[in-house]
Design a protein around this ligand. Structure first.
Ligand SMILES: Nc1nc2c(ncn2[C@@H]2O[C@H](COP(=O)(O)OP(=O)(O)OP(=O)(O)O)[C@@H](O)[C@H]2O)c(=O)[nH]1
Ligand SMILES: [Mg+2]
Length: 305
């Protein structure tokens, strides 16, 4: 059988469950997930190879009304990620109303004649199952979807059907990535994202949104008693001195908790003992400063602003 590849972008509103779906599809957690909107800030490629067929998924930031320059970059990233693909997965939270930005995104799929699979996620939250049919009808009136699949990523209900549907759009040709490739994210970026995710989980309101994490060093060494250890040095950037105080917490408790949870995840992902050092720095209003956004690797410089 000839080899095939299918390029699929996962798009939709913030918090709909796009990154959760990407992780479920490829069977490995490579995209960070949280209950706060705008968790994903850049496009993330996830690769799944099953025999002759390679799926190349691109998870994107949630579409939003941009409130700062970072938000504008994120919206441009979504736009850039929908060109030249074989199909799109449009993820919607079935419990939420649709907004204009979602309709605009669907219109751009229509204009580019991109087949769209609608995934209505979080059906586990629906008590009366007949409401699912009502949602399906509402969406079907907005756009001509290739298919509509109600699922629950949380309960792993329907994720396999999504994969089957995508199969239909595979194109004969060589695999784009090596068959054992999982993601395009460098290890240092993944490690930084794991740390940022813990802050998203542990902190509230403005603080987590204004966080960026950069990993400055990641290197393996052997300890004196012959054990392999991975040293990870990372800087947590926040927007204000008051935020820095909250991240450190009373007697350093919050920072210790962030460090503990992040280290545990790093150890299980990289399968090695980790020595994690965290620093905190303030960069006032960095989400509106182009140079810093670029330095953090969060810039999208496409010209069609
Ligand atoms: N109840 C329920 N919650 C879910 C389901 N799928 C995802 N979630 C939760 O929804 C929240 C958002 O999930 P993400 O995967 O981060 O959503 P996203 O669309 O990538 O969000 P952004 O990156 O901010 O655009 C998290 O708290 C998930 O645990 C589901 O099927 N059911
Ligand atoms: Mg996401």
């Amino acid at each position: 059988m000839a080899s095939k590849t299918v390029f699929v972008t996962i798009a939709g509103k913030a918090n709909a469950g796009k990154s959760s779906l990407l992780n479920a599809l490829i069977g490995e957690k490579i995209a960070m997930v949280s209950d706060k909107p705008q968790t994903t800030r850049t496009k993330i490629t996830g690769v799944l190879t099953q025999g002759e067929l390679q799926y190349v998924f691109v998870d994107t930031p949630g579409i939003q009304k941009a409130r700062n320059k970072l938000g504008e970059h994120m919206n441009r990233t979504v736009k850039d990620s929908i060109a030249g693909i074989d199909a799109a997965i449009f993820v919607a939270d079935i419990t939420r109303k649709t907004m204009d930005e979602e309709k605009a995104l669907l219109a751009s799929f229509k204009a580019s004649k991109t087949p769209v699979i609608l995934v209505l996620n979080k059906i586990d939250l629906i008590e009366r199952k007949e409401e699912i049919a009502v949602s399906i009808a509402k969406f079907a009136a907005i756009h001509e979807f290739a298919s509509i699949i109600p699922i629950s990523v949380l309960e792993n209900d329907g994720v396999d059907i999504v994969l089957e549907e995508i199969n239909k759009f595979a194109v004969e040709g060589p695999h784009y990535y090596p068959d054992d490739k999982l993601t395009d994210q460098p290890e240092m970026v993944l490690a930084g994202e794991m740390i940022r995710e813990k802050i998203l989980h542990l902190m509230y309101e403005e603080v987590p949104h204004g966080i960026a994490v950069t990993v400055e060093k990641m290197s393996e060494r052997e300890t004196r008693n012959g054990e392999d250890i991975l040293d990870v040095d990372a800087v947590i950037f926040c927007e204000r001195d008051s935020h820095k105080g909250m991240i450190i917490g009373k007697g350093g408790a919050m920072l210790r908790q962030i460090g503990k949870l992040a280290r545990e995840e790093l150890e299980s992902f990289f399968r090695i003992k980790v020595n994690l050092q965290l620093w905190i720095k303030v960069k006032e209003d960095w989400r509106n400063r182009e140079g810093i956004i670029r330095n953090f690797g969060l810039s999208n410089t496409s010209s069609d602003k």
